[in-house]
Design a protein around this ligand. Structure first.
Ligand code: SF4
Length: 361
């Protein structure tokens, strides 16, 4: 059963130096046509009520209020009572007007692109806000009644020191939000960072930064529930857990991906094609070995891994004895564990997830 909906708004007020997401500079002319195409694609799926709705981007809050309200009114009727409705926002365009609109349409979770507190790193990334503006945006959101807030951090930035990272972590902790996502910088072709010839941080140093994040956030009372995601109890992202539990979801919009009726699909990243209703660029029916690969790839990112009984229900055979030998090898290296009917990575296994997955494939 497909029980989650992702809607993509590709528009941004400016483009960040590291960004590899599917995004375009905001242009009013295209934005109106885009929202119409988004409505048409959503209608094409005949979506009923779902447990979670996620409006991501791009920057959904970069839309003018009128269009933003249209998108919210497209998404809101699909949310089941008690469901989670998340919107991504940037500090500089999370206005009181936008917050009021989101309250009106039942949004109950916000994900804010804070990324860093350091003026040097914010400028390097091409972000258009200061940390003081991020603090003010968080305060506005809380005042408007949003308790379920998440903030993003990017680490392993060019020449970033551990001291800079520690300052960023303390700044993020001072925001007192229940969910934090931390992303290691990757330099992807086509980004400004790649064109400037910037490099990713050497793996051992980036691992050192990750360990610092893990230690600091755990000490501060956050649980790591997924490789990059930390939350207070009960504030895990229910929408993102759909992905990590390898469950189905509708993905609508430019460059969105989805998983419906056993088929994974990727939408086009070409705006003109999208506007002409050529939505899907590629698709794959997930079965056999690839179904197992997706299952391990998603579930083993989670601190709790997967439940052996659910595995058996899904695949029609049990994990043991088929993977007994591989499991013994990985657990002998201290990477994979089994406890209370669940299989999951150790801290070391999460750091070396690629090695674990390779052994299981
Ligand atoms: S990081 Fe966010 S705000 Fe920056 S260009 Fe990418 S999608 Fe837009």
């Amino acid at each position: 059963m497909t029980d989650a909906l992702y809607l993509h708004i590709p528009f941004c007020a400016h483009l960040c130096a590291y960004c590899d997401f599917c995004k375009v500079l905001f242009d009013e002319k295209w934005a109106f046509s885009y929202v119409q195409a988004l409505k048409d694609e959503t209608a094409s799926y005949g979506i009923g009520k779902v447990r979670t709705v996620y409006l991501g981007g791009g920057t959904p809050t970069a839309l003018p209020d009128e269009l933003f309200a249209e998108v919210l009114s497209l998404a809101a009727p699909h949310l089941r009572a008690g469901g989670e409705f998340t919107v991504e926002a940037n500090p500089e365009n999370l206005s009181e007007g936008k917050l009021r609109l989101m309250r009106r349409y039942g949004v109950n979770r916000l994900s804010l692109g804070v990324e860093s507190a350091s003026p040097r790193l914010l400028e390097l990334m091409g972000r258009h806000h200061t940390f003081a503006e991020a603090q003010a945006a968080v305060a506005r959101a809380k005042k408007a009644g949003f308790a379920n807030l998440s903030c993003d951090l990017i680490y392993a930035l060019p020449k970033e020191t551990l001291a800079e990272l520690q300052t960023d972590l303390e700044a993020l902790l001072s925001l007192r939000v229940p969910h934090l996502s931390t992303y290691c910088l990757s330099v992807n072709p086509g980004t400004l960072f790649a064109r400037e010839g910037r490099h990713e941080m050497e793996q051992s140093r980036a691992a050192g930064q990750y360990e610092r994040i893990l230690r600091t956030l755990r000490q501060a009372g956050y649980d790591r529930y997924e490789v990059s995601n930390f939350a207070w109890k009960g504030y895990e992202s229910r929408h993102n857990l759909v992905y990590w539990h390898d469950e189905e979801y509708y993905g609508v919009g430019l460059g969105a991906s989805g998983y419906v009726n056993g088929v994974r699909y990727e939408n086009t990243r070409n705006l003109q094609k999208y506007l002409r209703h050529n939505w899907v660029a590629s698709q794959e029916t997930v079965r056999g070995a690839s179904a197992l690969e997706y299952y391990f790839l998603t579930n083993l990112r989670l601190e709790r891994g997967f439940d052996l009984a659910s595995f058996e229900r899904k695949f029609g055979f049990s994990f043991f004895p088929r993977y007994q030998g591989v499991f013994a090898g990985l657990s002998g290296q201290g990477l994979l564990r089994k406890e209370n009917g669940r299989v999951f990575c150790s801290d070391k296994g999460i750091m070396l997830l690629d090695r674990v997955l390779l052994a299981l494939y």
